[in-house]
Design a protein around this ligand. Structure first.
Ligand code: NDP
Length: 433
């Protein structure tokens, strides 16, 4: 905190992990040696660079680009690129730190990293987005590679942006390698990667509910966000018989008291992924209640899935959700709940799944995309989905193994400790580097 006072989201992420680790470290003092914790909290490398680009009218803009290469103890740096005006070093360090533990939990050989720029793709033409992506990669390309650092998408970076960045990377590197994941299927992408984070989230809550002898079928689910994670969490939960009763974007929340229909889901995908419109248009089209500038957490539900952004669910929201009968909260977004909100869920004894376990499906399939690229082959949709399902079950199992105290599972502790042990062992074995 003293060294980087202007990075509160990073402090929040580190504090959450350390709170879980203290009792474990007291029982396992070997992990306190060789400055291990200090090294874990310091990125191996941070690259900050200028991104100059021209808009359609010929005006020049200068954004700031970043790549935080946090930890490579168990594999090449791996993590998404975010384009959003709120991007700064504190946000990316929190995301990169989380990614280290998440990637470790997947059991695949991936280190942790994260990058992005304070660029807002909203309202920009395709040509402007392409020029920005090319300018971003003109600098970043020298710092990434298939065995060094493999970026992916995140907020504001979907299939279109990955395509432009990969194209520029390939041109500058002068070789075709699997240096990005989330690529289009025709040029090395994996089937099920677009669906993976949302599908994985629902596979994870399915495992949690099994322990309480129930399932997703018939549950009313609030979802925030309406982007990649939100859409595919909604689809998988609907396929399993749940009712999706809300979606949101930065303009407000759309309430569907009777659940999202198939027709409405198709409209949503076209609105958000093709026309890049606002959710309010959909609420107007289907005459659904619209709560302007509000998140969904005041609405009744059995399950809440925050899938938009960090710190979107506060202490008051947590209390309201519990009062309204919510039984399970699982984080699709990264760190969507504040530390106070997490404490309230844990104290109330409802099921709570932290992001680094619950949303690890995306990076899991990214790991599978890297494997397919190295093998130079493509697995079928069924094969990838089955592996994803299996990986989410393994992550759930690891949380239960490391998070059970007096017969009760604490998924926050379980995810943090399970993710930590593999990275810590690798760092200790590799010496002071
Ligand atoms: P998208 O850009 O596809 O969608 C983001 C959604 O969240 C949009 O509906 C957006 O609304 C909303 N949103 C973003 N910022 C805010 C804000 N400040 N206030 C209210 N709503 C907001 O991103 P993804 O779905 O890919 O990512 C969502 C979350 O999931 C992020 O936390 C990301 O880090 C995490 N995640 C994503 C993975 C992936 O595979 N994509 C993997 C693991 C985690 P609007 O359009 O109005 O901005």
């Amino acid at each position: 905190r003293q060294r980087d006072p202007d990075q509160p989201p990073f402090h929040q992420a580190v504090e959450e992990v350390l709170r879980s680790l203290w009792p474990f470290l007291a029982e396992n003092p070997k992990y306190m040696k060789h400055g291990l914790l200090e090294r874990l909290a310091e990125p191996e490398r941070v690259i900050i660079f200028r991104v100059p680009w021209q808009d359609d009218k010929g005006n020049v803009h200068v954004n700031r680009g970043y790549r935080v290469q946090m930890n490579s103890a168990i594999g090449p740096y791996k993590g998404g690129i975010r384009f959003h005006p709120s991007v700064n070093l504190g946000v990316l360090k929190f995301l990169a730190f989380e990614q280290v533990f998440k990637n470790s939990l997947t059991s695949l050989p991936m280190g942790g990293g994260k990058g992005g720029a304070d660029f807002d793709p909203k309202g920009k033409s395709d040509a402007e987005v392409m020029r920005f992506c090319q300018a971003f990669i003109a600098e970043l390309y020298r710092h990434i590679g298939p065995n060094l650092d493999v970026p992916a998408g995140d907020i504001g970076v979907g299939a279109r942006e990955i395509g432009y960045m990969f194209g520029m990377y390939k041109k500058l590197a002068n070789e075709f390698t699997g240096t990005f994941t989330g690529k289009g299927f025709s040029y090395g992408g994996s089937l099920v990667r677009p669906e993976a984070t949302g599908f994985g989230l629902v596979y994870f809550i399915e495992e949690m509910l099994k322990r309480r002898h129930t399932g997703v079928d018939g549950k009313k689910i609030l979802i925030s966000g309406s982007g990649n994670v939100a859409q595919y969490a909604a689809l998988r939960a609907m396929l399993m018989g749940a009712q999706i009763t809300s979606l949101s974007d930065s303009g407000g929340t759309m309430y569907m008291p009777d659940g999202l229909t198939d027709e409405q889901f198709d409209y949503l995908r076209d609105l958000k992924n093709v026309r890049r419109g606002r959710l309010k248009e959909m609420a107007d089209e289907f005459k659904l209640p619209w709560h302007a500038d509000k998140s969904p957490w005041h609405l009744p539900c059995d399950i809440a899935l925050p899938c938009a952004t960090q710190n979107e669910l506060h202490a008051d929201d947590a209390r309201t959700l519990i009062k309204n009968g919510c039984q399970l909260v699982a984080e699709g977004a990264n760190m969507p709940s504040t530390l106070e909100a997490v404490d309230i869920f844990r104290d109330a004894g409802i099921l709570f799944a932290p992001a680094k376990a619950a949303n690890a499906g995306g990076v899991s399939v990214s790991g599978l995309e890297m494997s397919q690229n190295s093998l130079r082959l493509n697995w079928t949709e069924g094969e990838v989905d089955e592996r994803l399902h299996h990986l989410m079950q393994r992550i759930h199992h690891a949380c239960v193994e490391f998070g059970t105290r007096s017969g009760k599972v604490d998924y926050v502790d379980g995810a943090n400790i399970a993710g930590f042990v593999k990275v810590a062992d690798a760092m200790q074995a590799q010496g002071l580097v």
